[in-house]
Write a protein that binds this ligand. Structure first.
Ligand SMILES: Cc1ncc(C[n+]2csc(CCOP(=O)(O)OP(=O)(O)O)c2C)c(N)n1
Ligand SMILES: [Mg+2]
Length: 307
């Protein structure tokens, strides 16, 4: 149990530290392309992926660094990818929005909003046909929840009774469009009923709530019980006014409060993880900056796949 808690905290802290550093580095102008940060939503990726192993595949979003880290993609290779270096997860040709590592079951971050759900219908179908016991998990935003691809995938997963789990990360906005304005039902999870699957709503700042709901969904999927839709709700990251206690809106602070008050982990053990993660991110950035960029000779590699 202690190891599980420690690992959960490490994953969330790694995502937060990674994102804070990318935020700083992006401002220097050295990082090419577009970057979307996952900070504040860590409990979702960490709470879900804690139940997954090598049999399982996930699809991320354009806001995908957290999904990659939680599924075990190498942090240094990710940083190098964001810097467009040869040593990156996709040899510097993907960048932030296309980090993928099939060896870890990470199908990819995705520049196409609503691109992930159909992909995991494929991996879930493969897992079902091959009896691997694996599940497919798609993370998608509230905006992506309105895409036809997502709704078709929900239908297909139910019709085919797939070991698929759909995680709607509702952070209240799709770019500048509020979900309260653009999502027809009160909750994205309410739509599950229309597809004949369970729909669950959880507090996105509470690792334990996400973890519990995801655990039930993964168990049901592995046991042949079909798909689940989980809506992870995030409210404003900052408090109502400056000085308003933000602790309850931060998954890391809330996690620390709970495990230290329960005597499950000591402050110093958590601080030690923070220090290890800080060093990892420091090394990841300096190694990425020192790594070579792809050359003209790399132009045609990684382009075609032979089956
Ligand atoms: C098919 C498609 N349409 C539009 C876009 C442009 N776009 C990029 S992010 C985004 C908003 C997505 O919102 P949401 O799904 O809620 O994810 P969030 O950014 O809030 O995590 C849009 C419209 C896109 N990338 N792909
Ligand atoms: Mg959104």
């Amino acid at each position: 149990m202690t190891d599980t808690l420690r690992e959960a905290y490490r994953v969330m802290r790694t995502i937060r530290a990674f994102e804070e550093r990318v935020h700083e580095e992006f401002a220097t102008g050295e990082i090419p392309g577009f970057v979307h940060l996952y900070a504040g939503e860590e409990a979702s990726a960490a709470g879900v992926c804690a139940h997954l192993d090598d049999r399982d595949a996930i699809a991320g979003t354009h806001r995908g660094h957290g999904h990659c880290i939680a599924k075990g993609v190498d942090v240094k290779a990710m940083m190098a990818e964001i810097y467009g270096r040869k040593t990156g997860s996709c040899h510097g040709k993907g960048g932030s929005m296309h980090i993928a590592d099939l060896s870890k079951g990470m199908l990819g971050a995705n520049g196409i909003v609503g691109g992930g759900p159909p992909l995991i219908c494929g991996t879930a179908l493969a897992a079902k046909q091959q009896h691997t016991g694996g599940v497919g998990v798609a993370f998608f935003g509230d905006g992506a929840g309105n895409q036809g691809t997502t709704l078709e995938a929900l239908n297909l997963a139910s019709v085919w009774d797939l070991p698929a789990i759909f995680i709607a990360e509702n952070n209240g906005y799709a770019e500048a469009t509020a979900s309260s304005w653009s999502v027809a039902s009160d909750n994205i999870a309410d739509r599950a009923a229309g597809f004949g699957m369970p729909g669950v709503i959880v507090d996105g700042f509470d690792f334990f709530a996400v973890h519990e709901a995801a655990g039930e969904a993964v168990e049901r999927a592995r046991g042949g019980g079909g798909p689940t839709l989980i809506e992870v709700k995030f409210t404003r990251y900052h408090g109502h006014f400056e000085g308003d206690r933000p602790a309850s809106l931060d998954c890391l602070t809330r996690f620390r409060d709970r495990v230290t008050e329960a005597g499950e982990l000591a402050e110093h053990a958590l601080d030690a993880i923070d220090a290890e993660v800080a060093k990892l991110i420091e090394d990841a950035v300096s190694e990425a900056k020192a790594a070579p960029k792809p050359t003209k000779d790399d132009l045609e590699t990684d382009v075609y796949v032979s089956y």
